[in-house]
Ligand binder design. Structure first.
Ligand code: PRP
Ligand code: ZN
Length: 284
């Protein structure tokens, strides 16, 4: 029994999806990207598809699970379960207009022509906002349509914003935030559900580890308690005495988000020889 996962064959999610699978211990037998590749050491096979085709492949059972942009999943209205938000390939879907236009509010779009590859999401948003516009569906290079007179505005993915700047456009309404998500077919067999649970467990171990750091430091014994209070580890930090009298070595795990704050407080308390290491996996 193998679980078939659909992933994007190229484009914005490809690299990070491959990285996640690799960190979860899923090695692909074949480096060449053919359509379907079995994994080594884990009962999974990877099906490479265009992002647009992933929601349907999972909904119909051509693939059991898939990794796809939330924007693509919402747009396609296919029936599958969202298992997990993956936290990478973040972007937003926004309305953008030529840079020199005067923009007060959403009424600007009344009667205007908007080019997009996401007509369903746009239609819903315009309806909610009581605006009637002319939606023009195109599948690529949406951003050039205002400059060639094909549309007055665009509705598209914005990530760094670079594409908008180089096309002399400005973002005026953010309609939806998006990131990579893991989706699954609604009727997985018991065996497949079991493999999926194992995969989720692996992904969560990678994710937990990625926002934590392992820290080792030398602490003067008289400040030990204060230093321990600054370090909210998993349970309590490991403390071992050093050969030098009055000093001990402390090891713990800290949140990457609080990294600089923690480090400066530790230094102020007299900690020395601070070493910080990335954590590859973490099982809670
Ligand atoms: C999207 C979008 C823009 C670009 C925005 O295209 O259509 O072209 O990304 O990113 P930026 O704000 O960082 O410049 P994508 O790369 O997903 O390719 P696609 O249009 O072929 O799906
Ligand atoms: Zn696409």
């Amino acid at each position: 029994m193998t679980l078939r996962i659909a992933v994007q064959s190229k484009g914005r999610l490809f690299e990070e999806t491959m990285e996640l699978l690799q960190e979860a211990g899923i090695k692909l037998n074949n480096k060449k990207r053919t359509l379907l590749i079995p994994a080594k050491g884990f009962p999974i096979e990877v099906l490479f598809l265009r992002d647009d085709d992933i929601p349907q492949a999972v909904a119909t059972g051509v693939a059991d699970i898939g990794i796809v942009g939330e924007n693509e999943f919402v747009e396609k209205k296919e029936d599958a379960d969202i298992i997990k938000r993956l936290g990478f390939s973040s972007c937003r879907l926004s309305l953008a207009i030529p840079k020199d236009e005067n923009y007060k509010d959403i009424t600007w779009f009344e009667g205007k022509k908007i080019a997009t590859s996401y007509p369903f999401i746009l239609k819903q948003f315009l309806k909610k906002s009581n605006i009637t516009s002319d939606i023009h569906v195109i599948t690529g290079s949406v951003e050039i349509s205002p400059s060639i007179g094909l549309a007055d505005a665009i509705f598209d993915i914005v990530s760094s914003g670079g594409t908008l700047v180089s096309n002399r456009l400005k973002e005026v309404e953010v309609v939806m935030q998006s990131e990579a998500i893991l989706i699954a077919n609604k009727t997985l067999s018991k065996e497949k559900q079991c493999i999926l649970n194992d995969l989720i467990f692996r992904i969560e171990s990678v994710q937990t580890a990625s926002d934590k750091k392992y820290i080792m430091l030398n602490a003067p014994s008289e400040k030990l308690q204060e230093i321990i209070d600054v370090l909210p580890g998993m349970k309590s930090p490991t403390v071992t005495p050093l050969a030098t009298d009055g000093w001990c070595s402390v090891q713990s795990v800290i949140d990457d988000k609080r990294f600089w704050e923690v480090i400066s407080r530790l230094k102020a308390l007299g900690a020395e020889g601070i070493i910080v290491l990335p954590i590859e996996k973490m099982i809670l």
